[in-house]
Design a protein around this ligand. Sequence first.
Ligand code: SF4
Ligand code: SF4
Length: 87
Amino acid sequence: MSSTHKLPISRPAIGVVGKTGYWRLKRPEVNYVKCIKCGICWLYCPDSSINILGDPSKYVEVDYNYCKGCGICSNVCPVKAITMTEE
Ligand code: SF4
Ligand code: SF4
């Protein structure tokens, strides 16, 4: 039996209006020095626009193709590692 499990996690996809990240007015920027790799931002992002377990040195990466800039990730980060900046 394989030790690799696939989780039933949905991912954003191109809709009828294309990639929806262009709606964004503010952009979340992750400070990887501050990030403690807790994954809370990934858990709370309403658009599934944060990827985890990709590059181990970064751990979380924002998918700007779909991120709407709502700022929830920035608000829930326990160490304030995500800053919202103007586009
Ligand atoms: S700003 Fe909102 S949509 Fe963008 S990554 Fe953060 S929680 Fe997700
Ligand atoms: S919530 Fe903050 S500390 Fe936790 S993984 Fe996201 S950016 Fe890193």
